[in-house]
Write a protein that binds this ligand. Structure first.
Ligand code: ACO
Length: 325
């Protein structure tokens, strides 16, 4: 059976680091408060003029280099982002031009599912690769959330950061069992009734501005642990593997307590969970590919490993994917 295989991973973080103490000099908060409730110690913030497309392209170049591929080898680029360069065209086509991925088969588009965006984009790329419509796909999560934060709202501005991560996939073959290398299963969900718990108070057709992030933190937290554990379990059951067979969980990095609560529910020990939220904070769609890339590049995630992704974000959207690297 056709399978889409991971052949490269890359990441980009802006140079500027903002610590909790830096924030405490601007607003009424403290390093202790932020660390105790979220596990976050610092976040990276894009420089003036540094855009989502710039970061996406940087992460993509690293993934291409790792796989020994060039931009022109890529048929499909999907960028998951809630903070695009422009209202249109898609950030993905900007990245396409930057990478020279403009061959006769090439196409590119953005996906918008906020923090679940990368898993949504991965699911789509997998379908295009498996159906033969694309041979090589770049799936990128990239965000400049710093531009849609109200820096006076301590309930939200301490939680987010900027960055990008990329995964390069190629069409391959497998036997149809969980032993295959490639994307084994993906699961997507949304429920628009929860709009008011996590959203921006602006938009092109409403206020004509981007708005800033608005959140009912406690309610989001309550939904997150339940939905994340459910959708992760759905992936395991669908692929016919036990939680004990998972080598690495790469969760969306929103909050250390959400990550721990979810993996505890699944019965997966903390040593098998990739955590970057302490250094990156919540980078929305970029958090999973950033964490994945870090663990691939430092050798924790090895060829043949079974890796579980799980994410939840505004909408609500929530999603999971299981792949063998
Ligand atoms: N520093 C100091 N005090 C703060 C801060 C801050 N940065 N932010 C809020 N407070 C205060 C509040 O004003 C409140 O004070 P009060 O009791 O005098 O009114 C007090 O701390 C408690 O506020 P809560 O919001 O109830 O605090 P809680 O323990 O719920 O923690 C948090 C807040 C960290 C946001 C938590 O609810 C959370 O992590 N929720 C999940 C949200 C999340 O991760 N969203 C990301 C997007 S969704 C996703 O990616 C899954």
């Amino acid at each position: 059976v056709p399978r889409s295989r991971m052949i490269g991973a890359g990441a980009y973080l802006p140079a500027r680091v903002m610590t909790n103490d830096d924030l405490a000099r601007q607003i009424e908060t403290s390093d202790d408060w932020i660390r105790e409730r979220t596990g976050i110690r610092q976040r990276h913030i894009a420089a003036e003029g540094e855009t989502t497309a710039d970061m996406a392209a940087a992460a993509a170049r690293q993934a291409l280099e790792q796989a020994g591929r060039k931009g022109e080898d890529v048929d499909l680029i999907i960028v998951a982002t809630a903070t695009p360069n422009h209202t249109f065209p898609a950030t993905a086509v900007r990245v396409q031009a930057m990478l020279g991925a403009t061959g006769p088969r090439a196409f590119a588009f953005d996906v918008h599912a906020v923090c679940s965006g990368f898993v949504y984009a991965l699911a789509m790329a997998d379908r295009f690769l498996v159906s033969g419509q694309a041979r090589t796909a770049l799936v990128i999560g990239a965000e400049t959330f710093s531009r849609i934060l109200n820096w006076e709202d301590r309930g939200t501005c301490v939680l987010f950061g900027d960055g990008a991560g990329a995964m390069l996939l190629e069409a391959g073959e497998g036997t149809g069992t969980p032993a295959d290398r490639g994307v084994l299963t993906t699961h997507l969900h949304s429920d628009g009734r929860h709009h008011d718990l996590l959203y921006t108070d602006g938009g092109v057709s409403t206020t004509g501005t981007a708005g800033t992030v608005q959140m009912e933190g406690r309610e989001v937290f309550r939904h997150a642990v339940v939905k994340l554990a459910e959708v992760a379990r759905e992936a395991l059951d669908s692929a016919g593997v036990a939680a004990g067979e998972v080598d690495w969980v790469v969760p969306h990095q929103a909050n250390l307590r959400i990550i721990e609560g979810t993996t505890r529910k699944l019965g997966i020990p903390a040593e098998r969970v990739v955590v970057t939220v302490d250094r990156h904070a919540n980078t929305s769609a970029a958090s999973i590919p950033l964490a994945f890339s870090e663990a691939v590049r430092d050798g924790r995630i090895q060829p043949g490993n079974l890796v579980l992704f799980e994410a939840m974000g505004g909408g609500f959207t929530w999603a999971s994917a299981l792949l063998r690297v």
